[in-house]
Ligand binder design. Structure first.
Ligand code: DC
Length: 475
């Protein structure tokens, strides 16, 4: 939980398809934090009730838009969103079959959405709130500091909706729920205005295999990280790696003081070891920026890749690598920490790791990432995750693409007999312009650029397109 010195950030946006658990999670968090809760779906449902009662079909767009702009809708921001139309409470009517089957069509009308979005923004501005819906993170509150996109497989959502209906005395048919849900998914995600999709900076939580308690815990973790991020941005000392439950941590306290001397102190011993047990070479196609935020990205073949890359890059840039949390245990963990690495649990989804990365870059540091998220088993480079591009765009960090070949052969004690050829190719840096809120298109464009730049340095055997001789300038 965020402590009293770290207020819970507001507003919180929760989006997701029908029956993904938005309302359950949103209400539970609102109860816990003492926030208001607004189920925006209820507003579209209330509009649908008004239109049905006025005899206006969804096909009559102008009449629907006129109704939306005149409608006197009073929405209570509370755990059980209550809605009045012209003073009459219609809450009990919102889940009726006729509303259920036509709400998607009415909510796809531009003028209806404009009117609802304006009301939702007003309600969100009135206090600390959680809004649940389909377009909260993307359209209604694009600046929300916390965005969660909940999903689950259609089968799982139908099962939950069927059980809910049975519990409340309804027919409880999973098949019917499945049909309704598939229909609504289709209309909600294919409509032209504000289609259902996660915001580029949302935490996407697939709850298919998670319990309610697990989903809630992940949502809390995100909120804690965001509170810490806000505190750090406001000048409070770094807390991002200190809280958030038991987790692997980067070097801290006295150990942090040893990181820089250890990093530079290892350069010559690593060179010596590489010289003795391998035939290694480094080539440079471009100049590495001597200062400013920079992300070194490479394909990943062996757990020894970070020190090899760090050594190949050499002075003046000390690179902080993101490394998987399991490596931070025992004696190896001590070396990993001393090398200045910091832990990541799940690439793209570990918010605390992403925040640590952004903090390092904000301070003008150099970050090392393996955008595939894990080591390649067959040597072929996999498609990079979008997390690297997202961080690069948000911090305006120059991306330095690198390619590693042969490091997969560094294994076993007899490696010195084989002396495998290993090569590090350092590519032309990619300048990146800072974007406060990158769009999905920008993230995917930079992800493609990173993918292409690494592959251009790799030979075909590693999934690359490079055809020159591998490696020059022997070390
Ligand atoms: O969350 P719900 O099932 O009560 O939503 C009912 C409908 O309202 C849903 O099919 C899509 C629409 N809706 C929307 O378009 N935008 C929102 N922010 C919330 C709901």
């Amino acid at each position: 939980m965020p402590s009293s010195s770290q207020p819970v950030p507001s507003p919180i946006a929760i989006d997701g398809p029908a029956a993904s658990g938005k309302t359950t999670v949103g209400r539970a968090l609102a109860r816990e934090f003492g926030f208001g809760f607004l189920d925006t779906g209820a507003m579209y449902r209330a509009f649908t009730v008004a239109a049905i009662e006025a005899g206006i079909p969804a096909s009559d767009t102008p009449a629907c838009e006129a109704l939306a702009s005149q409608l006197v809708m009073t929405t209570e921001v509370s755990l059980d969103t209550r809605i009045l139309l012209d003073g009459t409470d219609v809450t009990a009517r919102l889940r009726d079959d006729d509303v259920e089957s036509s709400v998607s069509e009415y909510s796809a009308i531009t003028g209806v959405r404009t009117a609802m979005v304006a009301r939702q923004r007003e309600l969100a501005a009135a206090g600390q709130v959680i809004l649940a819906g389909r377009d909260i993170g993307t359209v209604v509150l694009p600046d929300a500091p916390v965005k969660i996109f909940l999903t689950a497989s259609p089968e799982e959502r139908a099962k939950r909706r069927g059980a809910q209906s049975e519990a409340s005395g309804g027919p409880g048919s999973v098949d019917k729920a499945h049909q309704d849900i598939s229909g609504r998914d289709e209309t909600d995600s294919k409509r032209e205005v504000s289609p259902l999709k996660p915001a580029a900076d949302a935490l996407v939580l697939d709850s298919t295999a998670l319990s309610e308690a697990e989903v809630l815990q992940k949502a809390r973790d995100l909120i804690v990280s965001r509170a810490e991020f806000a505190a750090a941005a406001a000048g409070t000392p770094d807390t991002a790696t200190k809280t958030g439950g038991p987790r692997a941590a980067a070097a801290s306290g006295w150990m942090a003081k040893l990181v820089s001397p250890f990093y530079w102190g290892t350069q010559y011993p690593i060179r010596l070891i590489l010289f003795l047990v391998t035939r290694w070479s480094v080539s440079r196609d471009g100049e590495i920026p001597p200062e400013g935020p920079m992300i070194v990205v490479a394909n990943h073949l062996n757990f020894v890749d970070p020190p090899i890359l760090g050594t190949a890059l050499g002075r003046p840039r000390r690179v902080r690598f993101m490394a998987k949390a399991e490596l931070f245990r025992g004696p190896v963990g001590l070396l990993v920490k001393l090398y200045g690495a910091f832990p990541v649990r799940r690439f793209d989804a570990d918010v605390a790791a992403m925040l640590t990365a952004e903090r390092i870059l904000r301070q003008g540091g150099a970050l090392g990432m393996f955008p595939e998220g894990t080591r390649s088993r067959d040597g072929q480079m996999a498609r990079p995750h979008p997390g690297t591009a997202l961080i690069a765009l948000r911090s305006g960090a120059t991306v330095v693409p690198c390619a590693l070949t042969g490091t997969e052969r560094i294994k076993g004690v007899r490696v010195f007999l084989r002396r495998p050829a290993i090569a590090v190719r350092i590519g032309e840096p990619i300048p990146v312009e800072r974007v406060k809120r990158p769009t999905e298109a920008q993230v995917s464009q930079l992800t493609d650029a990173i993918d292409g730049a690494i592959r251009a340095l790799l030979p075909a055997a590693y999934g690359g397109t490079y055809t020159g001789s591998s490696g020059s300038s022997r070390q």
